[in-house]
Design a protein around this ligand. Structure first.
Ligand code: SF4
Ligand SMILES: [Zn+2]
Ligand SMILES: [Zn+2]
Length: 309
């Protein structure tokens, strides 16, 4: 297989785009596409301050690398979840982020959940449930809360994450299985900010996972290869495997599924109703973030209950 631009040996073949490229032209293409998506969906500008949520994995570090090369003002934020499971997952992933930032003289904020709230994520789950239970729902809740808190407190204009097409397709599929209107409305390449919530953007949402992996490998980015130990056996992983089979049979299926959804939204389907737009939120007395609850937000309540055990 030869590169379409220069005829050299191709480093990657993207069947869904009918495009094969060598290392040099692939890296150029990947960066130019990212810039195109940022502009197309009006995610953020060069004048704004961006906070990249980094986990030490390939997607988030590749995203930070691309934004840095495109000369955006992008700082990183690492959340220490306290996940060990015998493989030092959190320690190693934090180290990857620290090395990445130090090599490029970039600013990395680090927040440790245990230091801030008295318990690690698995610790909170253990105290609240006292049985072996996956910590994913509490983990997701903490990530959303803490990423938004830091972005808001530190005055960033946008919070960006490295979600790729495979992630978006798995979420979209889960949401369409039960036609969860509330979640379909919120699934966007860019979610505008509201008072108390920082704008959220996903510049990699149109890249296949193997494309972000290829970028990280070809750029020699060191990242943690292991997935979080709690991710094995998850429903999301099962959906991803199923979608990989569909994609193998018909290249482009994932991209088509996601883009058709985005186009439908652009035409007004799955949109906020006027009533939803006007629905007011309360302010959590614990952390000051907006919440639908009348008292403490779910995160503050969870942390407080665990601390009381
Ligand atoms: S798989 Fe790991 S990182 Fe992901 S939500 Fe679950 S506990 Fe958190
Ligand atoms: Zn080439
Ligand atoms: Zn709160």
């Amino acid at each position: 297989m030869r590169c379409r631009k220069c005829g050299e040996k191709a480093a990657i073949n993207m069947r869904h785009h009918r495009l094969a490229l060598c290392k040099e032209h692939y890296l150029d293409w990947f960066i130019a596409q990212t810039e195109r998506f940022i502009q197309k969906y009006k995610m953020f500008t060069h004048q704004e301050r961006i906070l990249v949520a980094v986990s030490g994995g390939k997607d988030s570090l590749a995203l930070w690398d691309v934004l840095h090369r495109l000369e955006y003002q992008a700082d990183g934020l690492y959340l220490g979840l306290g996940i060990d499971e015998g493989v030092n997952y959190s320690d190693e992933s934090r180290q990857m982020c620290e090395i990445f930032a130090a090599e490029r003289s970039l600013t990395l904020h680090t927040i440790d959940i245990q230091e801030n709230y008295g318990n690690s994520i698995p610790g909170i789950v253990e105290k609240l449930h006292r049985v072996q239970k996956k910590p994913c729902s509490v983990c997701g809740l903490a990530k959303r809360h803490e990423l938004n808190r830091i972005a808001h407190e530190q005055g960033y204009d946008a919070l960006v994450t490295g979600h790729n097409l495979d992630d978006e397709v798995a979420v979209l599929f889960a949401n369409t299985l039960n036609w969860s209107a509330e979640h379909l409305v919120r699934q966007e390449p860019v979610l505008p900010g509201t008072s108390g919530f920082t704008r959220k953007a996903k510049p990699f949402c149109r890249f296949y996972e193997r494309e972000t992996a290829a970028y990280a490998l070809l750029r020699n980015i060191e990242y943690i290869y292991e997935e979080c130990p709690y991710s094995s056996g998850s429903t999301t992983l099962a959906y991803k495997e199923m979608w990989n089979q569909l994609e193998n049979q018909k290249p482009g299926t994932k991209l088509n599924y996601y883009l058709s959804f985005i186009h439908a939204k652009e035409k007004g389907l799955f949109a906020w109703t006027q009533a939803e737009k006007l629905q007011g939120l309360n302010v959590c007395p614990g952390c000051g973030q907006p919440t639908t609850s009348a008292g403490l937000c779910t995160f503050c309540r969870t942390v407080q209950q665990a601390a009381a055990v």
